[in-house]
Design a protein around this ligand. Structure first.
Ligand SMILES: Nc1nc2c(c(=O)[nH]1)N[C@H]1C(S)=C(S)[C@@H](COP(=O)(O)OP(=O)(O)OC[C@H]3O[C@@H](n4cnc5c(=O)[nH]c(N)nc54)[C@H](O)[C@@H]3O)O[C@H]1N2
Ligand SMILES: Nc1nc2c(c(=O)[nH]1)N[C@H]1C(S)=C(S)[C@@H](COP(=O)(O)OP(=O)(O)OC[C@H]3O[C@@H](n4cnc5c(=O)[nH]c(N)nc54)[C@H](O)[C@@H]3O)O[C@H]1N2
Ligand code: SF4
Ligand SMILES: [Mo]
Length: 709
């Protein structure tokens, strides 16, 4: 039921079907607004969540009632204090700064940073704003920190990057599912319903250096937990591939018909026999052989899936690791098979749609390449401009952020939907660079840690205050609907981009109604890889199942007949082990891995404001093995400092045997001195631009011990 929130009748409860504000599972929910404006939530039946929600979903309406909500533009005065100003004044200041900066330093001195939480409409309009209104090449987004390695690997193997090329419910009947570096039991709890078939068949294989909540699902004969040394997944996968090849477990018929490059791949893994891989990963050779045989058996017996998460992707060799998983899947004949497959679990609410419509530095809408002359002509025609007016490719996030504040770099930055101060690697250096900018504009609905550095803060609408669309982890376009009126003077970002583009004299119109923006996006995407041309709001509101590409009908399953490559065949791309980035520290060297907790979402800008979530995970706990802790004189609950070559983070020890003795784990959700990214290196995967978020060499000290030094 879609009702204009402004049109609700006093005293009548208003019920709106929508989706959760957080992750890519996009659990379906119904929001009810009562006569007093209070909003309650109920889970709604939908293939991904089947009525279930996690704690974040259940508590999401609390975000709508916060009194620390931003409701007016805030401009820093001469003394550096943010003061409320009118929208007119805010726009004038932005336009003046853009013009001054671009006249002095060139168009690329103004940059835009977007987010995978933005609706399709916002992501699309933001990319258009950068290219058409600002004429800057410098636009990228936080999906670079999230999906870029998996995306790069899928693009080079399949010619298409849709996280899951099949509906989530296909997993239900599998007898074997291998989850590599993914902790869905915490990061997408309702997703675990789709693992029960594999658990019953004893075939849930979880690869994680920690006994994560998901690893615990393998207990009692439900499956196997492999606990490799952090950052050695590539070698592990190559070892399994070696066994599959040497024991003749590959699907020759499938490979003949559907893939190129078998001979090269075979040569590339010849020296990675299981005993050698055991010495690198710590996973026993016998287990490596058993896993290879189990996967091959499952592929022949109706149901084998390989799924990757950030644990294996967020490394400098993330693209190669995802490629190794794809190679293994291809050797077994999984991709495109009706009962088996390979996929990656997209993370952010619109992590999928957010990487398709042009907020990425090298991309135009429809997942088109900005360097492709035909793509430039098509999109320029939709925008009514000359293709030569479109800038070329910009820089991926880590390189873009490295240019902030440099004399010949980026002098002004506009951030939409990312809390970089907590989520970008080497965050202390980033904070300094943000302060070196001439002008920083942050659009947000809360005063995020990044907004605190802004010269100007624009208050925008959140989730249940606006209409839009999101594309779920299975490539399905769904409707987000408004239930609450906008608070104070907060404005829709579509309107902000419209107002600014008009003041900047942009040669193409910027619609403000979400459905009109969507229609334009659909036209711009027509003929592209992510083709939305057959979708519109009435279709979505009729309840249609809309997986892209959608021209006349949706495509729930990709690759049944052919892959998206020029010859329709998948590419087996040989990949080789790589050296770790972070040099081994002297003294007590430990490897830090980072990740997520059930209670908090990303930088925590939203969930740290939800009382019940914050109460159950109020501060940063670092997981340490008791043996390691004993050696360092650290007890459970002690305040500790974690040091790396980049910086130092303060947290509290949580002793657990559920982690390798050579590894410590810190969630990245916390601000200030507890930010895990103070420790991570801003070194990126050469193919995808993904930073090394998941491993850093660290030392850990008890605070009292430091005090005594
Ligand atoms: N509660 C919650 N849910 C979320 C989010 C959130 O912030 N909070 N964020 C959403 C987003 S944007 C994303 S991208 C997804 C991410 O979802 P996941 O990929 O499930 O999340 P992470 O916790 O980052 O990483 C998963 C696991 O990787 C392990 N790991 C770390 N290093 C390595 C390694 O070298 N090898 C292997 N094999 N494993 C390793 C960690 O121990 C962790 O258990 O979650 C989405 N859902
Ligand atoms: N060490 C380490 N670092 C990591 C990761 C890790 O595993 N380890 N994971 C990485 C991953 S996978 C991700 S996705 C990133 C995410 O990290 P961030 O990019 O920081 O993501 P969020 O915390 O979701 O930040 C979104 C911000 O935008 C606001 N916001 C939400 N919706 C909108 C909107 O529609 N418009 C506007 N203008 N603002 C909005 C929120 O209030 C919040 O302040 O972190 C990455 N950083
Ligand atoms: S699993 Fe993701 S989409 Fe579902 S309720 Fe939790 S945060 Fe929301
Ligand atoms: Mo993510």
């Amino acid at each position: 039921m879609a009702i204009d929130p402004a049109g609700s009748i006093a005293g009548e409860p208003l019920m709106v079907d929508t989706h959760c504000p957080y992750c890519a599972l996009q659990c379906a929910m119904t929001l009810t607004r009562d006569a007093d404006g209070e909003i309650s939530v109920a889970g709604r039946d939908f293939p991904t969540n089947r009525g279930g929600l996690c704690r974040k979903g259940w508590t999401s309406p609390e975000l709508l009632h916060r009194n620390d909500r931003l409701t007016r533009p805030l401009l820093r005065d001469a003394a550096g204090i943010p003061r409320p100003v009118s929208w007119d004044r805010a726009y004038q200041v932005i336009v003046d700064n853009i013009c001054r900066t671009q006249q002095r330093y060139g168009n690329d001195a103004v940059a835009v940073f977007g987010g995978g939480g933005l609706t399709n409409e916002k992501a699309y309009l933001l990319g258009k704003f950068a290219r058409v209104a600002l004429r800057t090449a410098m636009v990228d987004y936080n999906g670079r920190f999230c999906m870029s390695s998996a995306a790069a690997a899928a693009n080079r193997a399949f010619g298409v990057d849709r996280g899951l090329p099949f509906p989530v419910s296909d997993l239900d009947d599998a007898n074997t599912i291998m989850l590599l570096g993914s902790n869905v039991a915490d990061t997408m709890p309702p997703f675990t319903q789709h693992l029960t078939g594999a658990q019953r068949a004893g075939g849930l294989i979880v690869v994680d250096p920690r006994v994560s909540a998901t690893a615990r699902l393998t207990a009692g004969g439900s499956g196997v937990h492999l606990q490799p040394a952090p950052g050695t997944d590539l070698e592990l996968l190559l070892g399994i591939t070696h066994v599959v090849l040497t024991e003749g477990l590959i699907n020759n018929d499938y490979l003949d018909r559907r893939a190129n490059g078998l001979a090269g791949l075979r040569r590339s893994v010849a020296d990675l026999w299981p005993e050698r891989v055991q010495s690198i990963t710590g996973v026993p050779a016998a287990t490596i052989r058993e896993i290879a045989r189990r996967l091959a058996w499952a592929a022949d017996n109706g149901g084998c899936y390989l799924l990757t998460g950030r644990g294996v992707e967020q490394h400098v060799n993330g693209t190669d690791t995802a490629t190794a998983a794809i190679n293994l899947a291809l050797l077994l004949g999984l991709p495109g098979s009706p009962d088996s497959g390979y996929g990656t679990l997209t993370g952010q609410g619109n992590g999928q749609g957010g990487r398709e419509h042009g907020q990425k530095s090298d991309q135009l809408p429809g997942y088109r390449k900005i360097t492709d002359p035909a793509a430039r002509r098509h999109v320029a025609a939709v925008w009514g401009i000359d293709p030569d007016r479109l800038p070329g490719p910009g820089l991926p996030a880590v390189q873009l952020l490295d240019r902030l504040g440099r004399p010949d770099g980026v002098r002004m930055l506009m951030v939409h939907g990312s809390n970089l101060v907590i989520s970008a690697p080497d965050s202390t250096a980033l904070e300094r660079r943000l302060d070196d900018l001439d002008f920083l504009v942050v659009s947000d609905f809360f005063l995020s840690e990044t907004a605190r550095h802004a010269d100007l803060i624009l208050p925008v609408l959140q989730w249940a205050e606006e209409d839009g669309t999101m594309t779920t982890l299975e490539g399905r376009v769904v409707r987000r609907r408004a239930v609450s009126p906008p608070p104070g003077e907060a404005k829709s970002e579509l309107e902000i981009l419209h107002d600014l583009s008009r003041r900047l004299g942009a040669p193409s119109p910027f619609p403000t109604r979400p459905s009109e923006v969507f229609d334009e996006l659909a036209r711009a995407s027509a003929g592209g890889v992510a083709d939305y041309s057959g979708i519109d709001y009435p279709l979505l509101d009729s309840g249609a199942t809309a997986h892209w590409p959608y021209v006349d009908a949706g495509t729930p399953r990709l690759f049944g007949e052919r892959f998206g490559t020029a010859d329709g065949r998948a590419e087996l791309v040989p990949v080789r082990p790589t050296e770790p980035v972070d040099p081994v520290a002297t003294g007590t060297g430990l490897t830090l891995i980072t990740g997520r907790l059930l209670e908090h979402y990303q930088s925590g800008a939203q969930t740290r404001r939800v009382d019940t979530l914050n109460a159950s995970a109020p501060r940063a706990l670092v997981q340490i093995h008791p043996t390691t802790a004993a050696g360092l004189g650290i007890g459970d609950g002690d305040e500790v400092l974690v040091d790396s070559a980049r910086g130092r983070a303060r947290c509290w020890a949580e002793l657990t045997t559920g982690i390798r003795p050579d590894t410590v784990f810190l969630p990245f959700h916390y601000p200030d001195r507890s930010t895990a990214n103070r420790l991570t290196p801003a070194v990126a995967d050469p193919t995808s631009g993904m930073p090394e978020f998941k491993t850093a060499r660290v030392t850990v000290f008890r605070v009292a011990a430091i005090g005594a030094l």
